[in-house]
Design a protein around this ligand. Structure first.
Ligand SMILES: Nc1ncnc2c1ncn2[C@@H]1O[C@H](COP(=O)(O)OP(=O)(O)OP(=O)(O)O)[C@@H](O)[C@H]1O
Ligand SMILES: [Mg+2]
Length: 142
């Protein structure tokens, strides 16, 4: 197991986390993002998507569990936010098996409900800790 830590003083420095995750895309396709509410999971995922030149970026504030994007370089990318799911059954109901059976990149916020499902997969876990209003500690484990 490898664990890498990054201490960030300001959101502008998130670029180094983005680069690290982009380089891990050579070996991994599933990434979880675990942190308290408002820590910066969505913000980081959007920065990664931007770096992958995702078109039709969904800037809509409307909450959705499954966001599907297309990167001209990497193909289909899923961004899942499972916060509102209450059971693994609900995950199956929204078509999680199909999403994982395809060879697409998957970024997952609030992945806990899938823990039994993810344990057999090759996954990178990104943990975010809020230090201060703009300061974060990121830990990338794979
Ligand atoms: N270094 C940082 N990285 C990411 N976000 C930061 C950082 N510093 C400050 N922020 C701010 O923290 C907030 C993070 O919000 P975001 O929606 O990304 O959180 P989240 O973890 O996805 O929350 P939720 O669990 O509700 O989905 C944003 O307002 C962002 O500007
Ligand atoms: Mg979020």
């Amino acid at each position: 197991m490898v664990s890498k830590e990054f201490l960030i003083e300001h959101i502008d420095q998130n670029e180094q986390i983005v680069e690290e995750i982009i380089s891990l895309l050579k070996k991994f396709k599933i990434f979880t993002f675990q942190a308290e509410m408002g820590a910066g999971k969505t913000t980081l995922i959007h920065s990664i998507l931007k770096c992958l030149k995702v078109q039709h970026f969904d800037g809509s504030p409307t909450y959705s569990i499954i966001n599907e994007y297309v990167s001209p370089e990497r193909g289909k990318i899923y961004h899942l936010d499972l916060f509102r799911l209450n059971s693994i059954k609900e995950a199956y109901d929204i078509g999680i098996e199909e999403i994982f059976s395809e060879k697409n990149i998957i970024f997952i916020e609030w992945p806990e409900i899938l823990s039994s499902f993810l344990k057999d997969e090759n996954v990178v876990h990104v943990f975010i800790n809020v230090i201060e209003s703009k300061s974060r500690k990121f830990e990338i484990v794979f």
